[in-house]
Design a protein around this ligand. Structure first.
Ligand code: ZN
Length: 173
């Protein structure tokens, strides 16, 4: 059993960057970008930790990841100092990020590990089906990100997730 059961659950994020940002700092060559018109649905077993990762990716960074592929990528552009001290999403050089936590609901408190896992996965699939018209592969729908949607559906999606979880809770009561 996971220790912090309230950390297991489903979340929805929105973003407020000025410029679309690469979705993965460890793959700066990726064509997938995230904009402030997108939202992300996700499941996690470690909510706090996961949010820190998003804030790092979509925010100010002192330096880029020191991974061989990343170092290579920048070296080919003639850049060897990876201490960029910048944010790709705006012009500010102060520590900050562009992630807004819109929603989190724990499934770990109410359900066993296995059930929570099933429910979290079920929600992603269910939302994917109901809102498939609003799914985005990336900024301008170019790229290959998963579980990102048009921001216009934010409240509708949150409502559906709540309903989904409440139905499951009724089943075990
Ligand atoms: Zn910024």
């Amino acid at each position: 059993m996971t220790k912090n059961r309230n950390e297991i659950g489903v979340y929805v994020l929105s973003f407020d960057m000025k410029y679309p940002m690469g979705y993965w700092e460890e793959k700066p060559w990726s064509p997938s970008f995230i904009s402030n018109q997108m939202i992300k649905i996700g499941k996690t077993r470690k909510y706090t930790h996961r949010m820190k990762e998003y804030e790092h990716t979509y925010g100010f960074r002192a330096s880029e990841p020191e991974l061989p592929d990343v170092i290579d990528y920048y070296a080919k552009k003639g850049i060897t100092d990876l201490n960029f001290n910048k944010c790709n999403g705006c012009d500010s050089r102060e520590p900050h990020h562009h992630v807004k936590q819109e929603y989190f609901r724990s499934t770990g408190l109410m359900f066993s590990d296995e059930m929570a896992e099933d429910i979290n996965k079920g929600i992603e699939e269910y939302i994917g089906e109901v809102f498939k018209e609003h799914k985005l592969k990336g900024f301008n729908n170019k790229g290959r990100v998963r579980e990102y949607y048009c921001k216009s559906q934010l409240q509708n999606i949150i409502k559906e997730i709540d309903c989904f979880i409440e139905e499951k809770e009724k089943e075990i009561k």
